[in-house]
Every structure is written in structure tokens, then in C-alpha cells.
Design a protein around this ligand. Structure first.
Ligand SMILES: [Mg+2]
Length: 539
């Protein structure tokens, strides 16, 4: 039987119903998105997003309204003070400050209720008592791997969540019995207990007070006090059922004053006087509510402010940072790619690209022909990746949204990219109406030939070598490009100056410039046409 942790990446598809609950503590609810967000510079990325946690927004939103996954990652790293190596700052970060403030906020409440019957607190383990950040980012690159997770568990590699050992110690001294309740399984219990002891929890957690999940193997079977609707228990059934047991006479008759967790599924299902949600934008483990009794449902925030460069991680509370798993699920819904392979026939993305095609193919046909009739020499510029050649399957399925230049070169040299939906007709319309078709890509000089061959499969002879610009090889920067920092040209410098050069060299006027990155479009020379692409961000 798979436990909830090993299953989590495959469970994002399930959609939970939501309603409002007033009991949530430690959560800042989002303000409504202002209509003013619509009025923005067309050449800068959007900063307001509405996104449901289960990914379903991807089926209804335009691509520009879907949080970009590179920006989401950068925002998360800022929040944890983590650099590109994926290792969180252990001393100082917005996350550490927020956790401290959330925990401090519980002191008075815990003091008031310390004499209530047999007072107890219940804590989840991962990202509640033990801190997973370095595993999720540094080791797994936000691509969950249950084998690697088990290695981290058995090797007891997790530090404590900042401030949590002190918080737990204080509660114990006030008279609380402290319970741990985790989706980690019985096979991981000894190592989890040793890890907890090692990082400051002393002997608070023991085999009697830490509840781990059964494996289904002999000696590790479902306890009689847990009942589930089907043979595979949900997280809420397991966790709420265990809390209910602790509150029953058979389980010790405890009064659970506080239940602490980083996932909504840790907190749903009742059997606690108060719940405390800790921030965790790094993953999302959904679980349906209990079917048997009506319980208030907690609502994850769905409105986010996020600057493209990740800087919002300094200013937004953890609940206000777009959750990485939810962003990924939203993107997959947009491309209809439940397993990382985009649907080539039907998706919200394809619908959006068809609308772009239906707008721009006739428009270019008319404008190119019109310019030619006046004796002018019009041209249209097209970027390659995700403008004419579609990289989705490489980015998601092959790279798990972690760009790998070696693997990218294998895809390029193998000419493995399909055409971007709708773009064949757009390119053809420009070419047939007399516009010069200019290709302009950040791919490297040694990828030029293979890129042209890949384009030829779908666009015939529209892209010609003479009119196709790739990034130069080291030391071969053309004289027509000058950059503010020598040898470190930005994409905007390279692309805008190449467009200027092409206009001069070919004596053409660029009337439109198609690209999926804002950096393809900034810097003039052609009316910018932005294609949607939430799968990466190239500043
Ligand atoms: Mg957790």
C-alpha cells in the first residue's frame, strides 16, 4: 500500500470542494484582485494571479494568468533565503521570521489552556517539526522522489523547523502531552524518532507518542480505531481518526488543545480545539474531507501577488506564495499534460494558440501584402523555442522543469520538437503575402543547423539560413551587437540589436515580432506579439 507521502505527486488531480472556515489561525487571507491589474505594461509580466490549489485554474485561464514556474521557484527561494543550490538559510529568512511570529502568537492561548483536563498538542512531522526544504529543493529539485525521501529519512538528515523544538519544549513544561502524527510509515519510525531527538526534541517523541502510518505488512496493520470509506485511507481519515482516538477514553482521554501542521490535510477533520497552519509553498498534499460527518473545510488562499523575478518572497507571507505543486498542476492542466506530455490535439493552450492564429494569420496576410503593394519590404521575426518549436514535453517530462543544457542539446540535435500549435499557418501567411520571414533564437551557433532542419519539417522553406540568427559562439560576437557588460549580453541586447541589424542589412521593415518571452519583444523593431508560456522565464 502506498502511503500518503509517496503518492502525493500523483494525487494532485483530485479536486476538493471548498467552503469557508473561521477557525484558521496563522493564515493571512488574500485580498481580492484589483481590476487595475488589467491595466499593465504589455511588455512586463503580470504580477497578480488567481490560482486554485488543485491545478484546475489551468483549464480556464489564459497562459499569461498562470504563474510562471521559474518565477514561482525564485519566489520560494527568496522566502527561504535559498540560493540556486536549493539550500535554505538556517539563520535568517522571511520563512524563519514568519514561523517565529506564528509560534509566538500561540503562547497566551497555550498558557490559558494548560490546565484543561489532560491537555495535549499534536504536531505533524515533515515541515512541522522536521524541515524538508533542503531535500525538496537542493536534493530533489522540486521533483518528488520517494526513494530519495526514504534515504533522507533513514539517514536522519532533516534539521528542525526553526524555533519548533523550543516551542514544543515550552508546551511540555506547561503540562501538555506532545504527540507526533505523520504520514511517514512504521518502517520509518525509528529513524524519525532518532532524527527528532538529534535536532533538539530530546525524548519528547517516543514510540508511544509518535504515530506513524501502517505499511500493511505483517505487524504493521491498520489500527481498529481508524475507519475509512475505502481500503486506502485518506490523510484526513488517518490523521483525524488518530486524534479522535487520543480524545477517546481508550486512547487516553486527552484534550487536544492545538493541532499543528503545514498541510491542510493535517488540520481537517476536527478533533482539536484549535488548528495552526504553518506556511509551506514547496509542495501540496491534498486530501478529501471526511465523508461521514460535516466538518468545516479549510480554504487555501487563491490570490497571489508575484513579481517575475522572485522578489515577492521577501514581502509575501508563506500562504501568499504560489505553491509549487499547485503551479505545476495548473500548468499541466493548461497544456492538458497530466503525465508531463502535452496533449497535441486539445488543451486550453491549443485553444489560445488557435485564437492567436485566427487573429494573426489574416492580419499578416493583409499587412504584408499591403506593404508589398506600396513597394516596401516588410518582414516578420519569429523566436524559435515555444514560438515556432514547442518545448513542453522536454521541459516537463524530460527535465521536470529543471533546465538541463546537455539534455536540451540532445533534443535540439535530434530535431525532436513539434511545431507550436497554430504557428504553421501564421508563418505561412506572412511568407505567402510577401513578408521576409526572419528567425531569431537564443539557441547557440552549433545548434543552428539542427534547428533549421527541425523547422523545415513543419514550416517548409519558410525559414532560410540567410535570414536565421542564432546566438554566436564564444568569442564571435558580431560587431553589430554591443553590450553594457562585455561578454555578457542580455537577451534583450542580443535580440533587439539583431533585429535592428536585420532591418538594415536586408533593407526590410519588421512589422511584427513573435516571441514567448518578454525578452524576445523588448527593444523595438516590430510590433510585439506575446505567446503564452508559463513553463520558464528568461529575463
Ligand atoms: Mg507536513
Amino acid at each position: 500500500m502506498l502511503n500518503s507521502v509517496t503518492m502525493r505527486r500523483s494525487r494532485l488531480g483530485s479536486i476538493a470542494a471548498v467552503s469557508v472556515c473561521a477557525l484558521v489561525v496563522g493564515l493571512t487571507t488574500g485580498a481580492g484582485a484589483s481590476p487595475a491589474q488589467q491595466a499593465r505594461d504589455p511588455l512586463s509580466p503580470r504580477t497578480k494571479f488567481v490560482m486554485k490549489p488543485d491545478g484546475s485554474s489551468g483549464a480556464t485561464k489564459p497562459g499569461a494568468a498562470i504563474p510562471n514556474i521559474d518565477s514561482a521557484k525564485a519566489t520560494i527561494r527568496t522566502y527561504y533565503g535559498a540560493s540556486s543550490d536549493g539550500i535554505a538559510d538556517k539563520k535568517k529568512s522571511p520563512y524563519i521570521s514568519e514561523i517565529a511570529s506564528i509560534l509566538n502568537g500561540q503562547n497566551a492561548y497555550l498558557a490559558q489552556n494548560a490546565k484543561a483536563g489532560k491537555p495535549a498538542i499534536v504536531l505533524d512531522v515533515d515541515d512541522t517539526t522536521l524541515w524538508n526544504y533542503d531535500m525538496e529543493d537542493g536534493a530533489m529539485h522540486f521533483d518528488y522522489d520517494p526513494t530519495l525521501q526514504n534515504t533522507w529519512v533513514q539517514e536522519q538528515k532533516f534539521p528542525a523547523v526553526p524555533g519548533m523544538a523550543e516551542f514544543v519544549d515550552k508546551a511540555a513544561k506547561m503540562g501538555y502531552t506532545v504527540f507526533g502524527l505523520t504520514g511517514r510509515n512504521n518502517d520509518q519510525e525509528p529513524a524519525t524518532l532518532a532524527n527528532l531527538t538529534k535536532v533538539g526534541y530530546g525524548t519528547t517523541f517516543t514510540a508511544d507518542t509518535l504515530f506513524t502510518k501502517w505499511t500493511g505488512k505483517p505487524g504493521s496493520t491498520q489500527p481498529s480505531y481508524i475507519t475509512c470509506a475505502t481500503t486506502s485511507c485518506t490523510t484526513v481519515e488517518y490523521k483525524a481518526g488518530t486524534r479522535a482516538y487520543l480524545q477517546s477514553a481508550a486512547g487516553g482521554g486527552y484534550n487536544i488543545v492545538l493541532n499543528v501542521g503545514d498541510q491542510w490535510s493535517d488540520l481537517k477533520g476536527g478533533s482539536a480545539a484549535r488548528v495552526l497552519k504553518l506556511p509551506n509553498p514547496t509542495y501540496y498534499l491534498p486530501s478529501p474531507d471526511l465523508a461521514t460527518l460535516p466538518q468545516p473545510t479549510f480554504v487555501p488562499r487563491n490570490v497571489f501577488t508575484m513579481a517575475a523575478d522572485g522578489s515577492s518572497g521577501e514581502t509575501q507571507p508563506g500562504e501568499g506564495i504560489a505553491n509549487f505543486d499547485s503551479v505545476k498542476a495548473t500548468i499541466r492542466a493548461y497544456y492538458n499534460a497530466p503525465d508531463g506530455i502535452a496533449d497535441k490535439h486539445s488543451s486550453r493552450y491549443i485553444t489560445e494558440m488557435q485564437a492567436l492564429r485566427d487573429k494573426w494569420a489574416p492580419r499578416l496576410k493583409e499587412r504584408c501584402a499591403n506593404q508589398v503593394s506600396y513597394g516596401h519590404r516588410p518582414a516578420v521575426v519569429f523566436d524559435a523555442d515555444d514560438t515556432t518549436l514547442w518545448t513542453y514535453d522536454m521541459e516537463d517530462d524530460a527535465m521536470a522543469f529543471n533546465f538541463d543544457p546537455v539534455l536540451q542539446d540532445v533534443w535540439v540535435q535530434g530535431q525532436k520538437f513539434p511545431a507550436v500549435p497554430g504557428m504553421k499557418r501564421v508563418v505561412k501567411a506572412a511568407k505567402n503575402a510577401g513578408c521576409k520571414v526572419i528567425g531569431l533564437t537564443g539557441r547557440s551557433a552549433d545548434q543552428r543547423k539542427a534547428t533549421l532542419k527541425n523547422l523545415h519539417k513543419y514550416y517548409g522553406d519558410a525559414f532560410r539560413s540567410k535570414y536565421f540568427f542564432a546566438k554566436w559562439a564564444d568569442g564571435e560576437q558580431p560587431s553589430y551587437v554591443t553590450c553594457e557588460v562585455t561578454d555578457e549580453c542580455t537577451r534583450v541586447e542580443f535580440k533587439s540589436q539583431t533585429r535592428a541589424y536585420a532591418e538594415k542589412k536586408f533593407k526590410v521593415k519588421i512589422i511584427a515580432n513573435f516571441g514567448d518571452q518578454f525578452s524576445d519583444l523588448i527593444g523595438g523593431h516590430g510590433k510585439p506579439v506575446k505567446l503564452p508560456n508559463p513553463t520558464y522565464y528568461l529575463p
